[in-house]
Design a protein around this ligand. Structure first.
Ligand code: NDP
Length: 471
């Protein structure tokens, strides 16, 4: 019997997705460049409907047509190497799916190249890590719609299911749309994490709350409007003690250098390329960068003085204010993320369905959260909504929580605790709601030194001021 679908790449993600697909009643062909990995999978899962191959030729032959092949290898050169090996063996109408964390520019180029040979190419964002891959990820596939239809039944079966039973997968759009959406998802994830980390830092270092109590605070927050995977795991993390036996909280033993694999940075890079303000996510990328300068920070901490201001607060009230500030920051971050998606949809001609994106993030992925339903609702009410903040639910959050956000940022700033994403959130909110920004002076400066011209508020046209003429 031929396999219904093939998976290339038997590292953790490919293996788990293959097992997930198999568990839904499909026969899965598997292949990995290094044979041992395939052998290990077969040894560990000999009872499963898996068809192993040890050459690309045999692998392609093992699949029913039109072939559906999911590539789960290291993103970049490895993806091209796999495609180049497969290509001569494929027939027109076959579907290749790249589920790696691929840059959307690469996906657009591959889609165009393969399309010329009649091969369909889907770039699919996969979120949820290795457990998600096994039990139900959130999937963001982009490419030819007709190709999506050929794989949709399988993807819908393996994807996570939201509370209303809907699968966390949908056709995102042509060529690189799926990988783009995954990239912005990862950017949003960076923002969420940094906002949480800043909240933790304030409560710990300003309010002096110990880790056990903090764990309970996050667990409590998770019962309300902040309910989400990241708040949930934060509550759990803070309750965990050293696994090597010192008895200390594990967070206190983890080195404060924030690593990254690049997707958050890509998201910021494209926001810059598109000219869309996405400061909360970008500040979270910078926060990781500055954290990596550990040696410099340690040296600077001995030289650069602290502020000499003092603050006064009620601990219980501060906890609630930080919760409100965190939610306010989250709303600004998502408003920016969705604004980026709107710009991208126009620039790359993708016709993204914003409400649907929030819908497929409700389960399976790292940013899964109760409040995504509010985003779906907002775009369902008004598919052309320019900015989430203009939806009544989000306007109301801004109204209710902005003062807490301001107080928390002021307090942290007074005592010298860095809150880059919380401050960026407030700056964005204030810029966005300001009718007249000081860009009038900026335009005058540009015109002064570079004759860049400006527009006037009282008449149409383009003007240049005679700056160098005596008045
Ligand atoms: P890795 O990213 O560690 O990649 C290892 C796999 O790539 C192995 O199967 C390896 O084969 C294969 N490979 C590497 N170079 C080549 C090459 N030149 N030719 C053919 N195959 C090659 O595996 P993961 O399972 O962690 O991730 C797979 C993909 O999924 C990546 O793109 C990753 O970014 C993405 N992803 C990962 C998530 C995670 O949580 N880990 C979450 C979502 C997406 P060999 O055994 O022969 O070396």
């Amino acid at each position: 019997q031929k396999a219904n679908i093939g998976v290339v790449g038997m590292a953790v993600m490919g293996k788990n997705l293959a097992l997930n697909i198999e568990s839904r009643g499909y026969t899965v062909g598997i292949y990995n460049r290094t044979a041992e990995k395939t052998e290990t999978v077969m040894k560990d899962h000999s009872d499963k409907k898996l068809v192993p191959s040890y050459s690309v030729e045999d692998f392609v032959k093992s699949l029913e047509t039109p072939r559906r092949i999911l590539i789960m290898v290291k993103a970049g050169k490895a993806t091209d190497a796999v495609i180049d090996e497969l290509l001569p063996l494929l027939d027109k109408g076959d579907v290749l799916i790249d589920g790696g964390n691929t840059n959307f520019h690469d996906t657009m180029a591959r889609n165009a190249r393969l399309d010329k040979s009649g091969i369909n190419f889907i770039g699919m964002g996969v979120s949820g890590g290795e457990l998600g891959a096994l039990h139900g990820p959130s999937l963001m596939p982009g490419g030819q719609k007709s190709a999506y239809d050929l794989v949709a039944p399988i993807l819908e079966k393996i994807a996570a299911k939201a509370e209303d039973g809907k699968p966390c997968v949908a056709y995102i759009g042509p060529n690189g749309a799926g990988h783009y959406v995954k990239m912005v998802h990862n950017g949003i994830e960076y923002g969420d994490e940094q906002l949480i980390d800043e909240s933790y830092d304030i409560l710990r270092r300003v309010a002096g709350i110990d880790v056990d109590e903090l764990s309970n605070i996050f667990k409590e927050w998770n019962k309300g409007e902040l309910n989400s995977y990241l708040i949930d795991i934060t509550g759990d993390i803070l309750s965990r003690k050293d696994d090597l036996g010192s008895g200390k909280p594990i967070v206190d033993l983890i080195l404060d250098e924030g690593a990254n694999k690049g997707t958050g940075k890509w998201s910021s890079e494209d926001a810059l390329a598109l000219g869309v303000p996405q400061s909360v996510i970008t500040e979270s990328v910078y926060a990781r960068f500055i954290s990596m300068l550990k040696d410099e920070r340690v040296a600077a901490s001995k030289v650069l003085p602290k502020p000499s201001l003092t603050v006064d607060f009620d601990k219980k009230e501060l906890v609630e204010k930080v919760r409100e500030a965190l939610y306010f920051g989250k709303v600004m971050s998502y408003a920016q993320g969705f604004e980026q998606l709107r710009f991208a949809s126009e620039e790359y001609d993708w016709d993204l369905k914003f409400g649907q994106l929030a819908q497929i993030w409700r389960e399976g992925c790292i940013i899964r959260a109760q409040f995504l339903q509010n985003i779906t609702d907002a775009f369902e009410k008004d598919p052309k909504l320019t900015n989430l903040l203009l939806d009544p639910y989000f306007t109301d959050i801004a109204k209710k929580y902005q003062d807490s956000a301001r107080e928390v940022v002021a307090l942290a700033t007074k005592v010298g605790i860095p809150v880059p994403t919380l401050s960026a959130a407030i700056a964005y909110y204030d810029s966005y709601r300001t009718e007249v920004l000081p860009a009038n002076l900026l335009q005058a400066q540009r015109d002064y030194f570079g004759a860049h011209t400006y527009k006037r508020v009282d008449r149409p046209g383009t003007f240049h001021y005679p700056w160098y003429k005596e008045q």
